[in-house]
Design a protein around this ligand. Structure first.
Ligand SMILES: [Zn+2]
Length: 324
Protein backbone atom coordinates (compact mmCIF):
# COMPACT_ATOMS: atom_id res chain seq x y z
CA UNK A 1 0.00 0.00 0.00
CA UNK A 2 1.27 3.43 -0.83
CA UNK A 3 1.39 5.83 2.07
CA UNK A 4 0.37 9.16 0.57
CA UNK A 5 1.59 11.07 3.61
CA UNK A 6 5.12 10.24 2.55
CA UNK A 7 4.65 11.93 -0.79
CA UNK A 8 2.92 14.88 0.78
CA UNK A 9 5.82 15.57 3.18
CA UNK A 10 7.86 17.85 0.92
CA UNK A 11 4.79 19.87 0.01
CA UNK A 12 3.75 20.30 3.62
CA UNK A 13 7.30 21.28 4.55
CA UNK A 14 7.52 23.80 1.72
CA UNK A 15 4.31 25.43 2.89
CA UNK A 16 5.63 25.63 6.45
CA UNK A 17 8.90 27.12 5.25
CA UNK A 18 7.09 29.80 3.29
CA UNK A 19 5.18 31.14 6.29
CA UNK A 20 7.82 30.60 8.93
CA UNK A 21 9.30 33.48 10.85
CA UNK A 22 12.42 32.91 12.84
CA UNK A 23 12.47 33.95 16.45
CA UNK A 24 15.88 33.19 17.73
CA UNK A 25 18.10 34.58 20.46
CA UNK A 26 21.69 35.62 19.76
CA UNK A 27 24.04 32.92 18.49
CA UNK A 28 27.06 32.32 20.74
CA UNK A 29 30.19 30.34 19.90
CA UNK A 30 31.88 28.40 22.71
CA UNK A 31 35.29 26.85 22.07
CA UNK A 32 35.88 23.48 23.72
CA UNK A 33 39.38 22.26 24.60
CA UNK A 34 40.33 19.18 22.64
CA UNK A 35 42.85 16.56 23.63
CA UNK A 36 45.86 16.21 21.38
CA UNK A 37 45.48 12.46 21.63
CA UNK A 38 47.20 9.85 19.53
CA UNK A 39 45.22 8.60 16.54
CA UNK A 40 42.97 5.64 17.35
CA UNK A 41 42.81 2.72 14.94
CA UNK A 42 43.45 3.03 11.22
CA UNK A 43 41.97 5.22 8.52
CA UNK A 44 39.32 2.75 7.40
CA UNK A 45 35.68 3.45 8.27
CA UNK A 46 34.66 0.94 10.93
CA UNK A 47 31.00 0.01 10.38
CA UNK A 48 30.78 -1.98 13.62
CA UNK A 49 32.05 1.00 15.62
CA UNK A 50 29.62 3.30 13.84
CA UNK A 51 26.79 0.94 14.70
CA UNK A 52 27.78 1.00 18.37
CA UNK A 53 27.73 4.80 18.21
CA UNK A 54 24.20 4.58 16.78
CA UNK A 55 23.13 2.21 19.55
CA UNK A 56 24.70 4.38 22.26
CA UNK A 57 22.59 7.34 21.15
CA UNK A 58 19.40 5.27 21.24
CA UNK A 59 20.31 3.99 24.71
CA UNK A 60 20.09 7.61 25.90
CA UNK A 61 16.42 7.68 24.94
CA UNK A 62 14.65 10.23 22.75
CA UNK A 63 16.88 13.25 21.97
CA UNK A 64 14.38 16.03 21.28
CA UNK A 65 15.33 19.52 22.51
CA UNK A 66 14.30 20.08 26.12
CA UNK A 67 14.65 16.42 27.14
CA UNK A 68 17.21 14.73 29.40
CA UNK A 69 18.26 12.56 26.48
CA UNK A 70 19.06 15.70 24.48
CA UNK A 71 21.25 17.13 27.26
CA UNK A 72 23.05 13.84 27.84
CA UNK A 73 23.60 13.23 24.14
CA UNK A 74 25.19 16.65 23.64
CA UNK A 75 27.71 15.90 26.41
CA UNK A 76 28.31 12.47 24.91
CA UNK A 77 28.91 13.91 21.41
CA UNK A 78 31.49 16.32 22.83
CA UNK A 79 33.18 13.41 24.64
CA UNK A 80 33.18 11.37 21.43
CA UNK A 81 34.69 14.14 19.32
CA UNK A 82 37.32 15.57 21.67
CA UNK A 83 39.94 12.82 21.21
CA UNK A 84 39.63 12.85 17.42
CA UNK A 85 39.34 16.46 16.30
CA UNK A 86 41.67 19.44 16.20
CA UNK A 87 39.04 22.06 16.96
CA UNK A 88 35.59 21.93 18.54
CA UNK A 89 33.07 24.77 18.82
CA UNK A 90 29.54 24.72 20.19
CA UNK A 91 27.17 27.08 18.41
CA UNK A 92 24.40 27.87 20.91
CA UNK A 93 21.18 29.86 20.81
CA UNK A 94 17.67 29.91 22.20
CA UNK A 95 14.92 29.10 19.71
CA UNK A 96 11.25 29.96 19.86
CA UNK A 97 9.10 27.34 18.16
CA UNK A 98 5.97 28.75 16.56
CA UNK A 99 4.29 25.83 14.82
CA UNK A 100 4.22 22.05 15.03
CA UNK A 101 5.56 19.92 17.89
CA UNK A 102 6.87 22.18 20.66
CA UNK A 103 4.86 25.21 19.49
CA UNK A 104 4.91 28.15 21.89
CA UNK A 105 8.00 26.95 23.75
CA UNK A 106 11.61 28.10 23.76
CA UNK A 107 14.43 25.60 23.58
CA UNK A 108 18.18 25.79 24.12
CA UNK A 109 19.71 24.48 20.91
CA UNK A 110 23.30 23.62 20.03
CA UNK A 111 25.07 22.86 16.76
CA UNK A 112 28.36 21.02 17.20
CA UNK A 113 31.11 22.21 14.84
CA UNK A 114 34.43 20.38 14.57
CA UNK A 115 37.50 20.32 12.40
CA UNK A 116 40.03 17.62 11.52
CA UNK A 117 43.16 19.14 10.07
CA UNK A 118 44.53 17.84 6.83
CA UNK A 119 48.16 17.11 6.13
CA UNK A 120 48.40 20.73 5.06
CA UNK A 121 48.31 21.58 8.76
CA UNK A 122 46.37 23.93 10.95
CA UNK A 123 46.20 26.76 8.44
CA UNK A 124 44.32 24.78 5.83
CA UNK A 125 40.75 25.95 5.30
CA UNK A 126 38.31 23.06 5.09
CA UNK A 127 37.01 22.34 1.64
CA UNK A 128 34.31 19.91 2.69
CA UNK A 129 31.83 19.71 5.59
CA UNK A 130 30.30 16.38 6.62
CA UNK A 131 27.13 16.82 8.63
CA UNK A 132 23.97 15.27 10.07
CA UNK A 133 21.26 16.24 12.55
CA UNK A 134 21.62 14.90 16.08
CA UNK A 135 18.19 15.68 17.54
CA UNK A 136 15.18 13.38 17.25
CA UNK A 137 11.51 14.06 16.65
CA UNK A 138 9.46 14.57 19.83
CA UNK A 139 6.32 12.95 18.35
CA UNK A 140 5.80 9.83 16.23
CA UNK A 141 3.09 11.56 14.23
CA UNK A 142 3.31 9.13 11.30
CA UNK A 143 2.82 6.05 13.49
CA UNK A 144 0.17 3.69 12.07
CA UNK A 145 -1.29 3.38 15.59
CA UNK A 146 -3.01 6.67 16.54
CA UNK A 147 -2.48 5.86 20.22
CA UNK A 148 1.29 6.06 19.72
CA UNK A 149 1.48 9.30 17.75
CA UNK A 150 2.16 11.44 20.82
CA UNK A 151 5.15 9.28 21.81
CA UNK A 152 8.67 10.34 20.87
CA UNK A 153 10.54 8.78 17.94
CA UNK A 154 13.46 6.54 19.00
CA UNK A 155 15.40 7.99 16.07
CA UNK A 156 17.77 5.10 15.33
CA UNK A 157 17.75 5.90 11.64
CA UNK A 158 16.31 9.44 11.76
CA UNK A 159 19.00 11.14 13.82
CA UNK A 160 21.41 8.54 15.19
CA UNK A 161 22.55 7.03 11.87
CA UNK A 162 23.92 10.20 10.28
CA UNK A 163 25.44 11.30 13.58
CA UNK A 164 27.18 7.92 13.94
CA UNK A 165 28.70 8.24 10.46
CA UNK A 166 30.00 11.74 11.21
CA UNK A 167 31.53 10.64 14.54
CA UNK A 168 33.22 7.57 13.07
CA UNK A 169 34.43 9.60 10.08
CA UNK A 170 36.13 11.98 12.54
CA UNK A 171 38.08 9.10 14.08
CA UNK A 172 39.06 7.66 10.68
CA UNK A 173 40.14 11.04 9.29
CA UNK A 174 42.23 11.81 12.37
CA UNK A 175 43.85 8.36 12.11
CA UNK A 176 44.77 8.93 8.48
CA UNK A 177 44.65 12.62 7.69
CA UNK A 178 43.31 13.73 4.32
CA UNK A 179 45.34 16.21 2.32
CA UNK A 180 42.94 19.04 3.26
CA UNK A 181 41.11 19.83 6.49
CA UNK A 182 37.57 18.49 6.82
CA UNK A 183 34.83 20.24 8.77
CA UNK A 184 32.23 18.25 10.70
CA UNK A 185 28.87 19.51 11.93
CA UNK A 186 25.96 18.07 13.88
CA UNK A 187 22.76 20.10 13.61
CA UNK A 188 20.22 20.53 16.36
CA UNK A 189 16.49 21.19 15.99
CA UNK A 190 16.02 19.54 12.61
CA UNK A 191 12.94 17.61 13.60
CA UNK A 192 10.51 19.70 15.61
CA UNK A 193 8.40 22.78 15.09
CA UNK A 194 9.04 24.25 11.66
CA UNK A 195 12.13 22.01 11.23
CA UNK A 196 15.81 22.82 10.36
CA UNK A 197 16.50 25.37 13.12
CA UNK A 198 20.13 24.29 13.39
CA UNK A 199 21.13 24.72 9.78
CA UNK A 200 19.14 27.96 9.64
CA UNK A 201 21.05 29.35 12.62
CA UNK A 202 24.31 28.24 11.03
CA UNK A 203 23.32 29.92 7.78
CA UNK A 204 22.72 33.20 9.64
CA UNK A 205 26.11 32.98 11.40
CA UNK A 206 27.84 32.01 8.16
CA UNK A 207 26.41 35.04 6.39
CA UNK A 208 27.55 37.28 9.24
CA UNK A 209 31.03 35.78 9.09
CA UNK A 210 31.01 34.60 12.72
CA UNK A 211 31.41 30.86 12.08
CA UNK A 212 34.84 29.52 13.08
CA UNK A 213 35.71 28.18 9.60
CA UNK A 214 34.13 28.37 6.17
CA UNK A 215 33.78 25.13 4.23
CA UNK A 216 33.05 25.43 0.52
CA UNK A 217 30.80 22.39 -0.02
CA UNK A 218 29.10 19.75 2.02
CA UNK A 219 27.64 16.28 2.36
CA UNK A 220 24.63 15.89 4.66
CA UNK A 221 23.58 12.43 5.85
CA UNK A 222 20.12 11.66 7.19
CA UNK A 223 18.50 8.21 7.49
CA UNK A 224 21.51 6.28 6.18
CA UNK A 225 21.36 3.31 8.56
CA UNK A 226 18.47 1.20 7.26
CA UNK A 227 19.18 -2.47 6.52
CA UNK A 228 19.37 -2.91 2.77
CA UNK A 229 20.22 0.75 2.22
CA UNK A 230 19.51 2.31 -1.15
CA UNK A 231 19.92 6.06 -1.12
CA UNK A 232 17.27 8.03 -2.96
CA UNK A 233 17.83 10.05 -6.10
CA UNK A 234 17.34 13.40 -4.40
CA UNK A 235 16.23 16.31 -6.53
CA UNK A 236 17.41 19.23 -4.39
CA UNK A 237 20.93 17.78 -4.19
CA UNK A 238 21.16 17.38 -7.96
CA UNK A 239 19.96 20.95 -8.41
CA UNK A 240 22.01 22.59 -5.65
CA UNK A 241 25.31 20.69 -5.91
CA UNK A 242 25.35 18.82 -9.23
CA UNK A 243 29.10 18.40 -9.49
CA UNK A 244 29.49 17.03 -5.97
CA UNK A 245 26.50 14.72 -6.53
CA UNK A 246 28.09 13.33 -9.66
CA UNK A 247 31.54 12.89 -8.09
CA UNK A 248 30.15 11.20 -4.99
CA UNK A 249 28.21 8.71 -7.08
CA UNK A 250 31.28 8.06 -9.22
CA UNK A 251 33.07 7.09 -5.99
CA UNK A 252 30.24 4.65 -5.18
CA UNK A 253 30.53 3.11 -8.66
CA UNK A 254 34.32 2.83 -8.33
CA UNK A 255 33.82 0.86 -5.11
CA UNK A 256 31.13 -1.41 -6.63
CA UNK A 257 28.63 0.14 -4.23
CA UNK A 258 26.48 1.79 -6.90
CA UNK A 259 23.60 -0.61 -6.19
CA UNK A 260 23.13 1.15 -2.83
CA UNK A 261 22.56 4.49 -4.54
CA UNK A 262 20.30 5.64 -7.35
CA UNK A 263 17.09 4.67 -5.55
CA UNK A 264 13.65 6.11 -6.10
CA UNK A 265 13.49 9.82 -6.92
CA UNK A 266 12.34 12.28 -4.25
CA UNK A 267 12.84 15.94 -3.65
CA UNK A 268 13.50 16.31 0.07
CA UNK A 269 13.76 19.50 2.09
CA UNK A 270 16.42 19.07 4.72
CA UNK A 271 19.35 20.97 6.22
CA UNK A 272 21.20 20.89 2.89
CA UNK A 273 18.78 23.45 1.45
CA UNK A 274 19.85 26.06 4.03
CA UNK A 275 23.53 25.19 3.77
CA UNK A 276 23.39 25.53 0.00
CA UNK A 277 21.51 28.80 0.31
CA UNK A 278 24.27 30.08 2.61
CA UNK A 279 26.81 29.42 -0.15
CA UNK A 280 27.91 25.88 0.74
CA UNK A 281 26.53 23.65 -2.05
CA UNK A 282 25.53 20.48 -0.18
CA UNK A 283 24.17 17.09 -1.22
CA UNK A 284 21.90 14.97 0.94
CA UNK A 285 22.43 11.23 1.24
CA UNK A 286 19.13 9.75 2.42
CA UNK A 287 17.14 6.56 1.91
CA UNK A 288 13.70 8.05 2.00
CA UNK A 289 11.93 4.70 1.49
CA UNK A 290 11.70 3.99 5.20
CA UNK A 291 8.24 2.95 6.40
CA UNK A 292 9.32 3.48 10.03
CA UNK A 293 9.98 7.19 9.41
CA UNK A 294 8.47 9.28 12.25
CA UNK A 295 7.03 6.18 13.95
CA UNK A 296 7.87 4.43 17.22
CA UNK A 297 9.35 1.62 15.10
CA UNK A 298 12.42 3.67 14.07
CA UNK A 299 14.55 1.43 16.29
CA UNK A 300 18.07 -0.01 16.34
CA UNK A 301 16.97 -3.34 14.83
CA UNK A 302 15.92 -1.54 11.62
CA UNK A 303 19.53 -0.49 11.07
CA UNK A 304 22.81 -2.28 10.56
CA UNK A 305 26.55 -1.75 10.45
CA UNK A 306 26.77 -2.66 6.76
CA UNK A 307 24.66 0.32 5.70
CA UNK A 308 26.62 2.77 7.84
CA UNK A 309 29.81 1.37 6.39
CA UNK A 310 28.62 1.77 2.78
CA UNK A 311 27.96 5.46 3.36
CA UNK A 312 31.14 5.95 5.38
CA UNK A 313 33.28 4.20 2.77
CA UNK A 314 31.91 6.27 -0.10
CA UNK A 315 32.19 9.55 1.77
CA UNK A 316 35.78 8.85 2.88
CA UNK A 317 36.66 7.81 -0.66
CA UNK A 318 35.34 11.15 -1.87
CA UNK A 319 37.23 13.03 0.85
CA UNK A 320 40.49 11.31 0.01
CA UNK A 321 40.21 11.07 -3.76
CA UNK A 322 37.69 13.66 -4.85
CA UNK A 323 37.86 16.73 -2.66
CA UNK A 324 41.29 16.05 -1.20
ZN1 LIG B 1 12.75 13.18 10.97
Amino acid sequence: MIDLRRYARPLVRAARMARRRWERGPIRHETIDVGAGAPAGDGAFDGARAFELLRAQCDMGPRAPGTDGHRRTLEWIVDQLRPHVDALVLQRWEQKVRHGPGAGRRFAMTNVLALVHGRDGADGAPDLMLSAHWDTRPVADSDPDPARRALPVPGANDGASGTAVVLEAARALRAHRPSRSVALALWDGEDLGEYYYGSHAYEAAFRRGTVPWRPRRGILMDMVGKRGLRCSTEGNSMRLAPELWRDLHACAEDMDLGAHFGGRAYTVNDDHVFLSRAGIPTVLLIDYDYPQWHTTADTVDQCDAASLRIVGDVVLRYVRAGAA
